[in-house]
Write a protein that binds this ligand. Sequence first.
Ligand code: AHR
Length: 510
Amino acid sequence: MKLIIDANKREGVINPELYGHFSEHLGRGIYEGLYVGEDSDIPNTDGIRNDVLEALREIEVPVLRWPGGCFADEYHWMDGIGPKDKRKKMVNTNWGGVTEDNSFGTHEFLRLCELLGCKAYINGNLGTGSPREMSEWVEYMTGTGISPMTELRKANGREEPWKIDYFAVGNESWGCGGNMRPAYYADLYRHTQTFLRNYDSKNPIQKICVGPGTSDTKWTKTVLEACYEDAPAGTHGFMDYLTLHHYVVPDTWEHKGDAVDDAEGLWYKSLNKARFMETIIEKNEAVLDQYDREGKIGLCVDEWGGWYDVMQGTNPGFLFQQNTMRDALIAGVTLDIFNKHCKRVRMANIAQMVNVLQSVILTEGKDMVKTPTFYVFKMYKGHKGGELVSSYFIDNKEIGPDDARVPAVSASASIKDGVLTLTISNLSKDDAVDLDVQVGDRPQIAPCKTGTGPKLHISEAKIVSSANVYDHNEFGQPEVVTEKDFDGYEVEGDILKVKLPAHSVVMMRI
Ligand code: AHR
């Protein structure tokens, strides 16, 4: 099998935000996972766990979405500001019916973003909120003049406004966000976004409109049609982003399969569903191209990942699941798809950051593990901000059972600062693959340090792999699935000969 890379054919910039995250008030995602409170004996900074912070800094989180998800459409931000002992308690009706004490609110979230050095993506409440509530939230966070919300923020101890990068009007408004029909949502969106004011003209808030959660493009078409109708020139349908959600539910919603025990049996079904992300993106790209010919609106895949049956013995509403080599492959395949569609896909947020669904980190009391997905994110760091370069396979056969075919190998390549980052996933559960990589037309890659000839210089090569597809990392035990040095390659003239072990994700810097 061959992979041909044309390093001179640039196909767009990979926005770092494609490697974004999502954390919702759900299960142990925020509480315990990220936030333990200042008085916890788990070492923390302003209540945020130091071990988790340190790990997240390793993968350089570019953007974090909060507070939901379904939770966002029942969240009233004013309940989460001011002295903690006076904050209202509420029932988290979406996720396990537990008490939400609102001790993690706007100030705590934005402190977390500061500590991570990432952009803030706030999801507004359209379902049970109002234009006024959303408008005042923006004023509270970003207001500069003398105004009720700015004064309130200052009274709560924050003098300077924060910079808010993204604000979404609702979440899954076709489902948990209000069961709306697309034309109705579109009108509400047009109406509400009007009142999301920009107090800092140098850093305008990017407005995010709710998009679809299936491959059916009716929602996208209807919303764009309504938002573009009589929209003033230059407003591109009043939006900067349109969202899209797609989860890998390997079997059915009733029986999704076990995160560990079914990793092998549902291997190809899972990867087939991960690959379906590309179909959904392409269908939506086609609709966007009809309305937004200049390509102003970005697709924002702000929820993606594997969704399995909850771990036995845990609260079913907490969506806690283990993370195996299968998840590493889902991540590799999906991130390659995002890279390849970087012209339109400008943000993506894995669901979710800690302890919920396909997390990069799991915690239990004082313990923490990094998941296989974490290590894939770490290996893919070099793509952030790079320029996608053209690549295509020759003889990339389809494998797997008839009802779940997948290409044997997935890859993407980008160039930044003269270095080419190549990521490759072998989707085969059982077989190694011999891959010849040919990097053609590469005068713009930095000259080889070892000589002047055409020899490719590999400055770094890493792999995430493991003996079994169900391998995962357990609390209190040495990590089984991590990123390791990779030496399964040889350079022969202009060809890089790579031997990809079965079920592996590889990264090479050329
Ligand atoms: O990520 C879990 C849930 O999945 C989110 O709250 C919701 O938006 C989606 O259905």
